[in-house]
Design a protein around this ligand. Structure first.
Ligand code: 5GP
Length: 190
């Protein structure tokens, strides 16, 4: 049985990564399944447990670490942990199914190193840091302090873009979706 492949999408927060992933599922021509991460952060309005994330308590997250349930996990923001569960990945790829990961930049670099040729890593780049700030303000899901925190982190994370297999600049959403789609289709087809 041919092993399934892993598609890693990383980007600083607010670069349109989730929108691009959703659009790819809507197009629906690439066989892939979304890896639902675990986190100890609280659900936002409209998020469903088990769909957006597996929402865990601090205690449950710690237990999952101790039980070696994660392929990787990161403290993406102070006190806020996110991790890729083995249960989301191993069985699916072993059964020949492809899995797409929406994970932070550090996690993306690490998973690519772990999986090598079986994974493709794609960095979604904002057109500029100023534009990114505008988008985060427009999204209105975070406080001004949280937005500044995310912008500062974005500047740092952009420095890691060279470690990714591909960089897609999201200045035009439709173009970014097409580019990402074609990179994945080409990789899966190989
Ligand atoms: P948010 O809180 O906005 O949903 O996500 C914050 C960040 O955590 C995003 O960059 C998202 O990609 C990242 N993230 C989500 N799941 C994982 C994961 O399993 N591992 C890592 N390392 N980062 C993740």
């Amino acid at each position: 049985m041919k092993q399934g492949k892993v598609i890693i999408i990383s980007a600083p927060s607010g670069c349109g990564k989730s929108t691009i992933i959703q659009a790819l599922f809507k197009l629906g021509d690439i066989q892939m399944e979304f890896s639902v991460s675990a986190t100890n952060r609280a659900p936002r309005a409209g998020e469903t447990d088990g769909v957006s994330y597996h929402f865990l308590t601090d205690e449950a997250f710690r237990r999952a670490i101790a039980n070696n349930e994660f392929v990787e996990y990161e403290e993406v923001y102070p006190g806020r942990y996110y991790g890729t569960l083995r249960s989301e990945l191993d069985n699916r790829t072993a059964a020949g199914r492809n899995v797409i990961l929406d994970i932070d930049v550090k996690g993306g670099v690490n998973v690519k190193k772990m999986l090598g040729e079986n994974a493709v890593s794609i960095f979604i780049m904002p057109p500029s840091v100023e534009e990114l700030r505008r988008r985060l303000v427009g999204r209105a899901t975070d406080s001004p302090e949280a937005i500044e925190e995310r912008v500062g982190k974005a500047e740092y994370e952009i420095g890691f873009s060279k470690e990714f297999d591909h960089v897609v600049v999201n200045d035009d959403l439709d173009k970014a979706i097409t580019e990402t789609h074609d990179i994945i289709a080409n990789f899966i087809g190989k």
